[in-house]
Design a binder for this molecule. Sequence first.
Ligand SMILES: Nc1ncnc2c1ncn2[C@@H]1O[C@H](COP(=O)(O)OP(=O)(O)OP(=O)(O)O)[C@@H](O)[C@H]1O
Ligand SMILES: [Mg+2]
Length: 574
Amino acid sequence: MIRYLKKYRLFFILAPLFMLGEVSMDLMQPKLMGIIVDEGVLGLSNGGTGDLSLVISVGVKMIALVLFGCFCGIMSGVFANLCSQNYGNDIRKDAFRKVMSLSFEQTDHFSTGSLITRVTNDITQVQNLVMQCIRGFVRTFLLFAGGILCMLTLDLSFGAVLVCALPLIVICVIFFIGKANPKFVILQDKLDKLNDVMQENVSGIRVVKAYVKEDYEKGRFGEANDELVGTQLDVLLLFSYMTPIMNIILNFSIAAVIKIGAIQVGNGSVTPGDVMAAITYISQILNAVMRMTMIFQTVSRGVASGKRIKEILDCEPSIADGDFAGECAVKGKVEFRNVSFAYPDMKNEKVIRDFSLTIMPGETVGILGATGCGKSTLVNLIPRFYDVTEGEVLVDDVDVRSYKLGELRKKVAIALQKSEIFSTSIRENIAWGDPDADDEQIRRAAAVAQALEFIDQKAEGLDTQVTQGGHSLSGGQKQRVAISRAVLKNAEILIFDDTTSALDLKTEAKLYEALKKEYAGMTKIIIAQRVASVKDADRIVVIENGKMAACGSHDDLMESSNIYRDIYDSQLKR
Ligand SMILES: Nc1ncnc2c1ncn2[C@@H]1O[C@H](COP(=O)(O)OP(=O)(O)OP(=O)(O)O)[C@@H](O)[C@H]1O
Ligand SMILES: [Mg+2]
């Protein structure tokens, strides 16, 4: 992930450089303060007479240095923010792009909540890490090293305090960091869980309310939240022990500096101003070590988050792109050749079994079968939402795995079983099928889908805004918007996965009639539960337990297929 910093290397270099300016100013202050005390107030080299003009001139110098330090601090902050924010922004965009390219199997593997945490919170942690590296770490290290140097130049005897205090502080830091480190990974996992529960509840709020499950869900959320807070508290409590221990060491060190300083002043080797400066330096040094602990915390958390983001960035889409650009002599042919399929997490359980079928260009094929028999799974193999386990699926005589994914999916318009509607206008929802379509084309598609009537009844027509998840539309209206979208795409192959289930029989019949008239040459695959929906198809395929049980026209099947006749009788002959 370091390569993302390359673009911002100028900011990455400028921020610590300005920080060097700020810290240098901080380090000069105690020495100048020492001069004011020794010469300006005590007048050590002037027989005990203070010098007000010296106090003023050194004071002005100190103010000038503070102002310059302030300017450097601001510039360092600006460059550090530019670097870390842009860095995070680039990673976030790439991570999102990667999430979009993942197959269904891979998104299921990560879980929605975890993907959201990774693209949001984890990236913020990594941004904090970069910020700390180029600002916090540099500042602290310079204060630490510069403080030691400055203190030793006052008098080497002060070094004795450092020799005693530093190892103690370092042992303390290592102990606490070692304890806290593994907790950061757990913390992000708990956040994933919380986001999962939150996301499920917000999107499923209607079901939660319908089943009066608010209390149950509150409990589930509370549990996830308690776990998160528990882990967070573990970390915070650990560090709350650390600060007082560090403070004790710091105060003992200051006392030691005063003691050594007093002896040395008595010997005449240092001045009272030097002792004052040494006290400030030892505080700066030990404070730097303490701040380093906080920085290590951010770094550990950032590294844990970085690994989680990397998992996404490194994830190769399991449905890989082919090379074939999609120009074929035939248009609209679909062939299943001895296809078997099992979902990746259930390798032993075949959902489609040895299925073979050739659908010719322009043909309308209906697919019937009991719920869960594998109808959706079968059509999902055509646009390669999943890859076959055995056999081949061919579109226009070419194996779907050979196509560039974009080209293959251009050939297929699919209206899914669950209509996905986005929170934008009805026009935009339909125009997803063809972003270049004008209003007339959109209205024509809506007319075929029998959606125009209800759209025109709305005060704002096509501009009507749909609420998230399409909740402001009825089930049948949502289906018709989704059908309009698929129809507008004007692809070679049109697939309806039980998309007319919420339409009344009359509207459904009008839809199929319009489709037949307006898009005669298009290959149509229509999955349905009702015989009436597929009765007029050229051929009807009956699926039973993932296998083809019968195939033929309505009249053929009525004669030859017991299963079909049973379905027909159960639905139409009351
Ligand atoms: N993502 C998935 N992971 C694992 N198993 C799945 C997945 N999706 C579906 N299944 C299983 O595959 C089988 C076939 O499901 P499919 O959705 O194809 O049925 P269907 O015929 O479309 O049913 P329906 O008429 O209810 O829509 C079912 O047993 C289902 O539980
Ligand atoms: Mg289905």
